[in-house]
Design a protein around this ligand. Sequence first.
Ligand code: AKG
Length: 244
Amino acid sequence: MPWDLEAARVTALPDDAFYIPNFISEEEEQILLQKIQSAPLPRWTHLTHRRLQTWPSALTKTNTLLSSPLPPWLTTPIIDPRFKELGIFAESPHTAPNHVLINEYHPGQGIMPHEDGPAYHPLVATVSLGAAIVLDLYDKDKKKDGKPESEQDYLRIPRFRILQERRSLLVTRGKMYTDFLHGIAERVVDGDLGPETVCNWGLLGEKDGFLGGSFERRTRTSLTYRDVLKVAKVGNTLKFLGRS
Ligand SMILES: O=C(O)CCC(=O)C(=O)O
Protein backbone atom coordinates (compact mmCIF):
# COMPACT_ATOMS: atom_id res chain seq x y z
CA MET A 1 0.00 0.00 0.00
CA PRO A 2 1.36 3.46 -0.85
CA TRP A 3 1.60 4.97 2.60
CA ASP A 4 3.22 7.95 0.95
CA LEU A 5 0.58 10.65 0.61
CA GLU A 6 2.42 12.48 -2.17
CA ALA A 7 2.36 9.35 -4.33
CA ALA A 8 -1.43 9.42 -3.96
CA ARG A 9 -1.91 13.05 -5.04
CA VAL A 10 -4.59 13.66 -7.67
CA THR A 11 -2.46 16.00 -9.75
CA ALA A 12 -5.32 17.04 -12.05
CA LEU A 13 -7.06 18.71 -9.07
CA PRO A 14 -6.26 21.96 -7.25
CA ASP A 15 -4.53 21.50 -3.88
CA ASP A 16 -5.15 19.12 -2.26
CA ALA A 17 -6.72 15.80 -3.12
CA PHE A 18 -5.29 12.32 -2.56
CA TYR A 19 -6.69 8.97 -3.66
CA ILE A 20 -5.57 5.56 -2.35
CA PRO A 21 -7.19 2.42 -3.79
CA ASN A 22 -7.38 -0.74 -1.65
CA PHE A 23 -7.00 1.35 1.51
CA ILE A 24 -8.78 -1.37 3.47
CA SER A 25 -8.95 -5.11 2.78
CA GLU A 26 -12.09 -6.99 1.73
CA GLU A 27 -12.27 -8.55 5.20
CA GLU A 28 -12.03 -5.14 6.87
CA GLU A 29 -14.73 -3.84 4.52
CA GLN A 30 -17.05 -6.72 5.50
CA ILE A 31 -16.48 -6.14 9.23
CA LEU A 32 -17.28 -2.45 8.85
CA LEU A 33 -20.44 -3.15 6.82
CA GLN A 34 -21.60 -5.65 9.44
CA LYS A 35 -21.04 -3.14 12.24
CA ILE A 36 -22.98 -0.49 10.32
CA GLN A 37 -25.86 -2.82 9.51
CA SER A 38 -26.08 -4.15 13.06
CA ALA A 39 -26.31 -0.68 14.64
CA PRO A 40 -29.65 -0.17 16.40
CA LEU A 41 -32.28 1.32 14.07
CA PRO A 42 -32.48 4.66 15.97
CA ARG A 43 -28.86 5.20 14.93
CA TRP A 44 -30.08 5.86 11.40
CA THR A 45 -31.39 9.22 10.27
CA HIS A 46 -33.66 8.68 7.29
CA LEU A 47 -33.51 11.38 4.65
CA THR A 48 -35.50 11.47 1.42
CA HIS A 49 -32.58 10.40 -0.72
CA ARG A 50 -30.29 8.44 1.60
CA ARG A 51 -29.89 7.42 5.23
CA LEU A 52 -27.03 8.22 7.58
CA GLN A 53 -25.45 7.49 10.95
CA THR A 54 -23.53 10.10 12.93
CA TRP A 55 -20.74 9.02 15.29
CA PRO A 56 -20.24 9.65 18.15
CA SER A 57 -23.27 12.02 17.90
CA ALA A 58 -24.77 14.85 15.87
CA LEU A 59 -23.33 18.34 16.38
CA THR A 60 -25.30 20.80 18.50
CA LYS A 61 -26.97 23.87 16.99
CA THR A 62 -23.76 25.77 17.62
CA ASN A 63 -21.75 23.20 15.68
CA THR A 64 -20.24 21.77 18.85
CA LEU A 65 -19.39 18.14 19.42
CA LEU A 66 -20.07 16.71 22.86
CA SER A 67 -16.80 14.98 23.62
CA SER A 68 -17.01 11.22 23.34
CA PRO A 69 -14.62 8.70 21.81
CA LEU A 70 -15.36 7.09 18.46
CA PRO A 71 -16.12 3.37 18.74
CA PRO A 72 -13.12 1.06 18.25
CA TRP A 73 -14.46 -0.32 14.94
CA LEU A 74 -14.31 3.18 13.41
CA THR A 75 -10.90 3.81 14.93
CA THR A 76 -8.90 0.65 14.15
CA PRO A 77 -7.39 0.17 11.61
CA ILE A 78 -8.55 3.31 9.76
CA ILE A 79 -7.43 6.07 12.11
CA ASP A 80 -4.93 4.01 14.04
CA PRO A 81 -2.59 3.10 12.45
CA ARG A 82 -3.38 4.11 8.84
CA PHE A 83 -4.32 7.80 9.05
CA LYS A 84 -1.54 8.21 11.59
CA GLU A 85 1.00 6.62 9.25
CA LEU A 86 -0.16 8.92 6.46
CA GLY A 87 -0.06 11.93 8.78
CA ILE A 88 -3.26 13.30 7.25
CA PHE A 89 -4.68 14.79 10.45
CA ALA A 90 -1.29 15.72 11.92
CA GLU A 91 -2.00 19.44 11.50
CA SER A 92 -5.65 19.46 12.50
CA PRO A 93 -6.50 20.91 15.96
CA HIS A 94 -7.11 17.56 17.64
CA THR A 95 -4.50 15.77 15.48
CA ALA A 96 -7.11 13.10 14.71
CA PRO A 97 -10.67 12.92 13.43
CA ASN A 98 -13.31 13.05 16.18
CA HIS A 99 -16.42 12.67 14.03
CA VAL A 100 -17.64 10.19 11.39
CA LEU A 101 -20.69 10.43 9.13
CA ILE A 102 -21.84 7.20 7.55
CA ASN A 103 -23.93 7.72 4.41
CA GLU A 104 -25.67 4.87 2.60
CA TYR A 105 -26.75 5.34 -1.02
CA HIS A 106 -28.88 2.88 -2.95
CA PRO A 107 -28.77 3.06 -6.77
CA GLY A 108 -30.53 6.25 -7.82
CA GLN A 109 -29.72 8.03 -4.55
CA GLY A 110 -27.19 10.82 -4.04
CA ILE A 111 -26.40 14.03 -2.23
CA MET A 112 -26.96 17.55 -3.54
CA PRO A 113 -23.90 19.71 -4.21
CA HIS A 114 -22.85 21.29 -0.93
CA GLU A 115 -19.85 22.32 1.12
CA ASP A 116 -18.98 20.99 4.54
CA GLY A 117 -18.51 24.43 6.08
CA PRO A 118 -16.65 25.97 9.01
CA ALA A 119 -17.63 23.51 11.77
CA TYR A 120 -14.75 21.29 10.71
CA HIS A 121 -11.04 21.57 10.13
CA PRO A 122 -10.87 21.84 6.31
CA LEU A 123 -10.01 18.21 5.62
CA VAL A 124 -12.29 15.24 4.83
CA ALA A 125 -11.12 11.64 4.61
CA THR A 126 -13.66 9.35 2.94
CA VAL A 127 -13.54 5.55 2.92
CA SER A 128 -15.93 3.92 0.41
CA LEU A 129 -17.55 0.56 1.12
CA GLY A 130 -19.57 -1.88 -0.95
CA ALA A 131 -19.49 -0.32 -4.40
CA ALA A 132 -17.99 2.44 -6.53
CA ILE A 133 -19.52 5.86 -7.08
CA VAL A 134 -18.61 9.09 -8.88
CA LEU A 135 -18.21 12.22 -6.77
CA ASP A 136 -18.84 15.47 -8.66
CA LEU A 137 -17.02 18.69 -7.83
CA TYR A 138 -18.48 22.09 -8.69
CA ASP A 139 -16.89 25.54 -8.62
CA LYS A 140 -18.18 27.48 -5.66
CA ASP A 141 -17.26 30.91 -6.98
CA LYS A 142 -20.65 31.48 -8.61
CA LYS A 143 -22.33 30.93 -5.26
CA LYS A 144 -22.54 33.44 -2.45
CA ASP A 145 -23.00 31.06 0.43
CA GLY A 146 -22.39 27.66 -1.07
CA LYS A 147 -26.07 26.78 -1.33
CA PRO A 148 -27.36 26.09 -4.82
CA GLU A 149 -29.68 28.92 -5.84
CA SER A 150 -31.97 26.96 -8.10
CA GLU A 151 -32.68 23.47 -9.34
CA GLN A 152 -30.83 24.46 -12.50
CA ASP A 153 -27.63 24.78 -10.50
CA TYR A 154 -27.74 21.12 -9.57
CA LEU A 155 -27.67 20.29 -13.23
CA ARG A 156 -24.55 22.27 -14.00
CA ILE A 157 -21.77 20.24 -15.50
CA PRO A 158 -19.30 19.34 -12.77
CA ARG A 159 -15.86 20.85 -13.06
CA PHE A 160 -14.20 17.61 -11.92
CA ARG A 161 -15.26 13.99 -11.35
CA ILE A 162 -13.62 11.55 -8.95
CA LEU A 163 -14.27 7.83 -9.22
CA GLN A 164 -14.24 6.31 -5.74
CA GLU A 165 -13.74 2.55 -5.80
CA ARG A 166 -14.96 0.36 -2.98
CA ARG A 167 -12.33 0.11 -0.21
CA SER A 168 -10.61 3.31 -1.38
CA LEU A 169 -9.63 6.42 0.57
CA LEU A 170 -10.20 9.94 -0.76
CA VAL A 171 -8.71 12.90 1.12
CA THR A 172 -9.63 16.47 0.21
CA ARG A 173 -8.30 19.50 2.04
CA GLY A 174 -7.33 23.16 1.61
CA LYS A 175 -8.73 24.78 -1.55
CA MET A 176 -10.48 21.57 -2.51
CA TYR A 177 -12.41 21.86 0.75
CA THR A 178 -13.03 25.62 0.72
CA ASP A 179 -13.49 26.50 -2.98
CA PHE A 180 -15.59 23.62 -4.32
CA LEU A 181 -18.98 22.07 -3.73
CA HIS A 182 -19.23 18.29 -3.85
CA GLY A 183 -22.19 16.09 -4.65
CA ILE A 184 -23.31 12.70 -5.90
CA ALA A 185 -25.82 12.62 -8.75
CA GLU A 186 -29.03 10.65 -8.26
CA ARG A 187 -28.54 8.10 -11.01
CA VAL A 188 -28.42 4.35 -11.47
CA VAL A 189 -25.51 4.30 -13.93
CA ASP A 190 -22.29 6.31 -13.74
CA GLY A 191 -21.13 6.85 -17.32
CA ASP A 192 -18.71 8.78 -19.52
CA LEU A 193 -15.77 7.32 -17.61
CA GLY A 194 -12.25 7.51 -18.95
CA PRO A 195 -8.86 9.18 -18.56
CA GLU A 196 -10.19 12.49 -19.91
CA THR A 197 -13.25 12.68 -17.66
CA VAL A 198 -12.18 11.08 -14.38
CA CYS A 199 -9.45 13.06 -12.68
CA ASN A 200 -8.08 10.17 -10.60
CA TRP A 201 -8.13 7.67 -13.52
CA GLY A 202 -4.36 7.05 -13.30
CA LEU A 203 -4.62 6.21 -9.58
CA LEU A 204 -7.44 3.65 -9.83
CA GLY A 205 -6.69 0.24 -8.36
CA GLU A 206 -8.68 -1.90 -10.79
CA LYS A 207 -9.48 -0.04 -14.01
CA ASP A 208 -10.72 -3.15 -15.80
CA GLY A 209 -14.25 -2.87 -14.44
CA PHE A 210 -14.51 0.69 -15.76
CA LEU A 211 -12.90 0.33 -19.20
CA GLY A 212 -16.35 -0.03 -20.78
CA GLY A 213 -16.95 3.59 -19.76
CA SER A 214 -19.82 3.00 -17.33
CA PHE A 215 -20.99 0.90 -14.39
CA GLU A 216 -24.29 0.19 -12.73
CA ARG A 217 -24.58 1.57 -9.24
CA ARG A 218 -24.95 -0.78 -6.29
CA THR A 219 -25.40 0.15 -2.66
CA ARG A 220 -22.44 2.22 -1.59
CA THR A 221 -21.68 3.29 1.96
CA SER A 222 -19.22 6.03 2.83
CA LEU A 223 -17.41 6.83 6.05
CA THR A 224 -16.44 10.51 6.18
CA TYR A 225 -13.90 11.33 8.87
CA ARG A 226 -13.54 14.92 10.06
CA ASP A 227 -12.15 16.95 12.96
CA VAL A 228 -14.90 19.09 14.56
CA LEU A 229 -13.31 22.30 15.79
CA LYS A 230 -15.53 23.03 18.82
CA VAL A 231 -15.65 20.24 21.38
CA ALA A 232 -17.42 20.49 24.74
CA LYS A 233 -15.98 18.27 27.46
CA VAL A 234 -18.57 15.97 29.01
CA GLY A 235 -17.96 17.54 32.43
CA ASN A 236 -19.06 20.88 30.96
CA THR A 237 -22.07 19.49 29.15
CA LEU A 238 -24.73 20.69 31.61
CA LYS A 239 -23.20 24.14 31.74
CA PHE A 240 -22.96 24.10 27.98
CA LEU A 241 -26.65 23.21 27.70
CA GLY A 242 -27.48 26.07 30.05
CA ARG A 243 -28.73 23.83 32.85
CA SER A 244 -26.34 24.87 35.56
O1 AKG B 1 -20.65 9.96 0.49
C1 AKG B 1 -19.78 10.74 0.18
O2 AKG B 1 -18.71 10.40 -0.34
C2 AKG B 1 -20.01 12.22 0.36
C3 AKG B 1 -20.64 12.53 1.68
C4 AKG B 1 -20.77 13.99 1.89
O3 AKG B 1 -20.73 14.78 0.99
C5 AKG B 1 -20.94 14.50 3.25
O4 AKG B 1 -21.03 13.70 4.20
O5 AKG B 1 -20.98 15.74 3.41
